[in-house]
Ligand binder design. Structure first.
Ligand code: SF4
Length: 447
């Protein structure tokens, strides 16, 4: 008698690393409940689509993905940020089985159970199933995202994340550390700390004291970084706003406890625009702060993102941003032309700029920064650096330095790295660079 196949669910994951973590949680629960994850639409009994709704292009991509899943499979559950945007999903695709917002694994599972009952009616006991202790992950085995909080207490005028994901809710320190330790035990060599506002970790809990390894510890980013720094892996911080408290983290970087890397989304340099954007830390002197970080930790890599063509931005205000970039000498910069997001307060501001101007300023900013980034990479030529290997093929190894986050920064091509293995941490000598990437050779055997 042939054995009945377990029910199978297809999964489409779109959006940012925070959405990836939501997908991992849903996939982990699906596995715990006995479902298998189907690699194709045709092989799935139903499909879950985790959407992004941040900017117009992401909304279109998400709606197209839902349309494709409906055409190929027909039974679709939608989750994620787009699901929190009123009736946009059901207006466009009334046939979907259910819609939830982001960070809603429990609701998604209820919808899955309703439309595709779990085998033997079993739910939620991972001990009975083959779920790895670290859960199901969508990143390679050697790095993982570690989400420390959900939501955001700020109300930046261009952003609808607080409306989609709610106010800040920090995870207890011991829970974050348990997850980090489990990931490291499973072979992870790099933890990427993410949230909407990493510097605000624990504010909602009034930095209450938790316990880790029998020691009392405040629920605060500094204490969390100290504990993560004891795990012996790369710890990289994303989405850190330049509050004065961030200064306390720099000595940990200088001491090699966490990576000398900060992803600080500054968005602009002009005070008036920052105020109109309602940015956190809008009154900080970011230049002075950056200089003091570099004094304490000369190795630090600084990454930031900026918005060009915000409503009312004058040519002089834009040029102030270019002057800031010249003075700040950031290592990595991303820029977005302002895009009016449905429901964002900034849409009502006077002085909306034509798309061509917003785009032209973005292109000008990127061209301006290109020289700075290249010069900073050129300064590494001849130096010995540590890299983490991501891939190995016939051309050598593709790796990343401590200054390169996966997917958003550059790579290090190790031309003689054929014998290396994915996840290896090795010393290489930098021989050349281009605008984004470094070329290097293994340093083993160098005298
Ligand atoms: S800090 Fe601002 S941009 Fe970031 S999630 Fe919060 S409201 Fe949005």
């Amino acid at each position: 008698m042939s054995k009945k196949q377990p029910p199978s669910v297809g999964f489409v994951s779109l959006g940012c690393p925070k959405a990836t973590v939501d997908s991992e949680q849903i996939l982990t629960r699906l596995r715990a409940d006995g479902y298998i994850v189907a690699p194709t639409y045709a092989g799935a009994d139903l499909v879950v689509v985790n959407t992004c709704g941040f900017i117009d292009a992401a909304v279109e991509e998400s709606l197209a993905a839902i349309g494709e899943a409906l055409a190929e499979n027909g039974r679709v559950i939608v989750t994620g940020c787009l699901g929190a945007k009123g009736s946009i999903v059901t207006d466009n695709h009334p046939q979907v089985l259910a819609v939830t917002g982001p960070h809603a694994a429990a609701e998604v599972m209820l919808a899955v159970h309703a439309h595709l009952p779990p085998p033997l009616g079993r739910t939620g006991d991972p001990r009975l199933d083959l779920v790895p202790p670290q859960g199901v992950r969508l990143t390679p085995e050697h790095f993982a995202y570690l989400k420390i909080s959900e939501g955001c207490n700020h109300r930046c005028s261009f952003c609808v994340i607080p409306a989609l994901r709610g106010d800040l809710v920090s995870r207890p320190l011991a829970e974050v550390m348990r997850e980090a330790e489990t990931l490291v035990d499973a072979g992870v060599r790099e933890l990427l700390v993410i949230s909407q506002d990493t510097s605000a970790y624990g504010v909602d809990l009034k930095h209450r004291t938790g316990f880790w390894n029998g020691r009392p510890m405040k629920t605060r980013l500094l204490e969390l970084c100290q504990a993560l720094g004891d795990l012996g892996v790369w710890v990289r911080l994303h989405y850190v706003y330049p509050y004065p408290s961030v200064d306390e983290l720099i000595p940990l970087m200088a001491a090699g406890k966490i990576l000398p890397y900060l992803d600080v989304p500054l968005q602009h340099a002009n005070r008036r625009i920052l105020k109109a954007m309602r940015r956190p830390a809008d009154a900080e002197d970011n230049l002075a702060r950056i200089e003091s970080w570099r004094r304490l930790c000369p190795e630090i890599t600084l990454r930031s993102t900026f918005i060009t063509g915000f409503p009312g931005e004058t040519e002089a205000e834009f040029e102030e941003l270019l002057d800031f970039l010249e003075a700040a000498q950031l290592d990595r910069v991303g820029a977005f032309a302002y895009s009016p997001v449905d429901g964002a307060a900034a849409n009502a501001l006077p002085g909306a700029l034509p798309e061509a101007v917003r785009e032209e300023r973005r292109a000008r900013l990127m061209e301006f920064q290109e020289d700075i980034s290249t010069r900073r990479l050129e300064a590494k030529i001849g130096r010995l650096i540590e890299v983490l290997v991501d891939e190995v093929d016939e051309e050598g190894a593709l790796a990343r330095s401590q200054g390169d986050a996966p997917e958003i920064d550059g790579l290090v091509y190790v031309t003689n790295g054929h014998q290396l293995e994915v996840g290896d941490l090795v010393q290489v000598r930098v021989t050349d660079c281009d605008v984004h990437d470094l070329i290097a050779v293994c340093a083993a055997g160098e005298s």
